[in-house]
Design a protein around this ligand. Structure first.
Ligand code: SF4
Length: 202
């Protein structure tokens, strides 16, 4: 079912009003949640990847590594145990409720491999993460070496050499927090990149 933005806002407002005035019966949802409590075999401390606030999470997972449960980490000085609604739903990144059994199962559509499309190709191929990281490193080095500008002079004011890489630009995402920005800036400056920007939210 497709929604326009206007229809979505109308629907959300009507639903919110219905919940506020008790027009909808939430008992079946509560009963379902109580009858199907999340179960997990191990817990992992991690960081929410959705935005730059960087809330710490305790993540419960089952055998095979699929996530069944997420809660805020009370030991984190950033979020002190809280998560926003989006972060609270992060378990759905790897888990869905089966239509057949009503149980939580690994999401069969979750991508676990890198999707690679070679230049000029129309075909997507599955590749391993190790391959992708090596390919990125090789291409960064090739581009950097072939576009490095060796001006061979020092800036008169500082006496510093102003060589630079003009073939690479770096644009960071809104999910970057201060620490990520620091690291990416360090890396790019070390490569000599001068076109450097990011979309920070905090
Ligand atoms: S504010 Fe929400 S989306 Fe952002 S890091 Fe925290 S839980 Fe994740």
């Amino acid at each position: 079912m497709d929604f326009t933005r206007r229809e979505f806002l109308k629907f959300s407002t009507a639903t919110g009003a219905g919940l506020m005035f008790g027009l909808f019966d939430l008992k079946p949802i509560v009963a379902f949640a109580q009858a199907n409590p999340p179960i997990w075999a191990r817990e992992t401390i991690s960081v929410c990847g959705y935005c730059s606030v960087g809330c710490s999470m305790i993540i419960g997972s089952q055998e095979g590594g699929y996530v069944t449960y997420v809660q805020g980490n009370p030991d984190s000085p950033i979020n002190k145990g809280s998560l926003c609604s989006k972060g609270s739903a992060a378990a759905q990144l790897s888990t869905i409720v089966s239509n057949d059994t009503g149980k939580m199962v690994p999401n069969p559509r979750r991508l676990t491999k890198v999707k690679y499309r070679a230049p000029y190709s129309t075909v997507w191929e599955d590749r391993e993460y190790g391959w992708a990281i090596r390919a990125i490193a090789e291409r960064v080095q090739t581009t950097r070496d072939s576009t490095f500008v060796d001006v061979g002079v020092k800036a008169p004011e500082t006496g510093l050499t102003v060589n630079r890489c003009e073939g690479i630009a770096s644009l960071g995402a809104a999910a970057f927090h201060n620490e990520s920005c620091y690291l990416i800036t360090k890396l790019m400056r070390a490569l000599g990149v001068v076109y450097l920007e990011h979309q920070a939210r905090v």
